[in-house]
Design a protein around this ligand. Structure first.
Ligand code: NFE
Ligand code: MG
Length: 567
């Protein structure tokens, strides 16, 4: 007899995600449903507004990757208007992206995903002296992993436990059999969890140096950037570089070391050795290097065929809503995409927790749309980014991937797993941090002979414009699509990384990466589904991004008329 397991909310993510699975008598998952239960609607709000405001509005899609939407929206407008921004602006935008990735990936691994791998209760019984020795196995220069520091961490967390104020460590499935670190390894990772709280602040400050603030930076405008004084100030430049050094140091001595440790400890744990069941991957080129080249390559891999990597054809992207709470007759290309809500509710049924309202898998069941490439579901994210660049023979990526496989002794197939997805994010962070300095040096060279940061845009209200931009956000390929008419936005669609990964089944019965990743997974205890949470967290869900708005009741609060060129 199959049983339904409901997990809602999936915590330690941005936004509202519900996962339901059906397990058979052996507790193996045979069906899965992924749903976002909060509707937003920024794509609707944008209509009729000036394209000059796109960046500032769309970055409110999210509280995490705010800069991604800011840049992508701004660049979609620039693409529509046919604007080429100055080289300095490209470099500064790229350095802001470097800062964002370093911040976002550290926060994800330690604070959002870490406790899926690290059993905090087990860490309390570790021997700190022994743990300090073990830390040396994963890096020559451990950070926050000396005996004294580990003992202090243990005392601090014991203090939480004794007072009953567990804070972020409450309500977990401690003791689950799929936690594989020894008490000493758990203690090392727990120490890095706490250290990462300090380091992520430094990374956020990096973004604020050229972005004005973080989150929601302010220094991008259609036509370029406004961070001119920062770019020309040796003190500000030096400050960015110093912070970059601090964060990179942590990435190499903690994040990288912890993933090597996880590869060893979890290398034979079945629940993390599957989880990549949609074998289509897409990524775009991003991070501008000195010679105008990109750090990562663009491309699409279908059916796991790395030899057959092809260029992305933007015409082949469409969003299906047959099982999402919207109305549309057929899959729509984003230039002509609509966002018409049609909420159909839940269905009551028996679950492992008793009778509950549950997702209607046969009908509509999510506010996330289902993007498709040539009709096929596709995974996006750090794993896809590295696979595409690897398939293209990108030397930096090939060397980094091969070095990690050699270091961990894992075969290349290990990449196509939950563990591989988590390791790919670390490797992408290392590459971005190390290679980002090339962009920094290129900026320094360029400003010696060229201080331009902006070209003035012009919109002719009698003309129609259409444009899009694609970029790599921390969770994967992001694209924004705009039509401009009468000087204002006629249509706007954002096709977001989490939308690609978390969308519901499509009209042809094809399931997306989240749902596919769970099929065949065996749960130790269906009432404590840690294995599901770990796999879903490995994608780094952001439901705020995938659905886009604040509570939207459809009432016009006031009316604004906008003249695009300020006349
Ligand atoms: Ni809200 Fe996002 C990223 C974008 S969504 S975090 O990265 O774009 O998946
Ligand atoms: Mg959208």
């Amino acid at each position: 007899m199959s049983k339904r397991v409901v997990i809602d909310p999936i915590t330690r993510i941005e936004g509202h995600l519900r996962i339901e699975v059906e397990v058979d008598e052996n507790n193996v998952i045979n069906k899965a449903w992924s749903s976002s239960t909060l509707w937003r609607g920024i794509e609707v709000i944008l209509k009729g507004r000036t394209p000059m405001d796109v960046g500032l509005i769309v970055q409110r899609i999210c509280g995490v990757c705010t800069y991604s939407h800011y840049r992508c929206g701004t660049e979609a407008v620039e693409n529509a208007l046919g604007i080429q921004i100055p080289l300095n602006a490209k470099y500064l935008r790229s350095l802001m992206l470097t800062s964002l990735f370093m911040h976002d990936h550290i926060v994800h691994f330690y604070h959002l995903h870490g406790l899926d791998w690290v059993d905090v209760v087990s860490a309390l019984s570790a021997d700190p002296a022994k743990a300090a020795q073990i830390a040396l196995k994963y890096t020559d220069k451990p950070i926050a992993a000396g005996e004294g520091e580990l003992r202090a961490v243990q005392e601090r967390v014991k203090g939480f436990v004794e007072t009953g104020k567990l804070g972020p460590f409450a309500n977990a499935y401690w003791g689950n059999g799929t936690y594989k670190f020894t008490p000493e390894q758990n203690l090392i990772a727990l120490s890095h969890y706490l250290k990462a709280l300090e380091v992520q602040r430094v990374a956020a400050e990096m973004l604020a140096i050229f972005g004005g603030k973080s989150p929601h930076p302010q220094s991008l405008v259609v036509g370029g950037v406004t961070s001119v004084r920062d770019m020309l100030s040796p003190a500000r430049l030096q400050e960015w570089k110093q912070k970059h050094e601090i964060v990179t140091d942590f990435i190499l001595r903690a994040y990288q070391a912890d993933i090597v440790m996880a590869a060893e400890a979890f290398g034979t744990e079945p629940s993390v050795l599957g989880g990549v069941n949609v074998k289509n991957f897409m990524a775009t080129n991003d991070f501008v290097l000195a010679n105008g080249e990109y750090l990562f390559d663009q491309g699409v891999i279908m059916n796991g065929d790395l030899a057959g990597v092809s260029d992305i054809n933007p015409d082949l992207i469409a969003e299906d809503v047959s099982h999402a709470w919207y109305n549309a007759d057929a899959p729509q290309h984003p230039y002509d995409g609509t966002t018409i809500p049609n909420y159909t509710g839940f269905v009551e049924r028996d679950t492992v927790y008793g009778k509950l309202p549950t997702l209607d898998g046969d009908g509509k069941y999510s506010w996330v749309k289902s993007p498709r490439y040539q009709g096929e579901p596709v995974e996006v994210g750090p794993l896809s980014c590295l696979l595409v660049s690897y398939a293209r023979g990108n030397k930096v990526v090939v060397d980094a991937v091969n070095a990690l496989l050699a270091r961990t002794g894992l075969p290349v197939e290990a990449l196509f797993t939950t563990l591989g997805r988590t390791a790919a994010r670390m490797l992408q962070t290392v590459i971005v941090a190390q290679e980002g300095l090339k962009t920094f040096d290129a900026l320094l060279t360029n400003i010696q002979s060229d201080e331009t940061t902006y070209v003035k845009p012009h919109i002719d209200p009698s003309k129609e414009y259409v444009g899009h931009a694609m970029m790599e956000a921390p969770r994967g390929m992001l694209s924004h699509w705009i039509r401009i008419k009468n000087g204002v936005i006629e249509n706007y669609q954002a096709v977001v990384p989490t939308t690609w990964n978390a969308g519901p089944v499509d009209a042809n019965g094809k399931i997306g990466p989240y749902e596919a990743s769970l099929i065949g997974l065996k749960l130790e205890d269906p009432t404590k589904p840690l294995e599901v949470i770990r796999i879903i967290h490995s994608f780094d869900p952001c439901m705020a991004c995938s659905v886009h708005v604040m509570d939207f009741k459809g009432q016009a609060l006031s009316e604004f008329r906008v003249s695009p060129n300020g006349q």
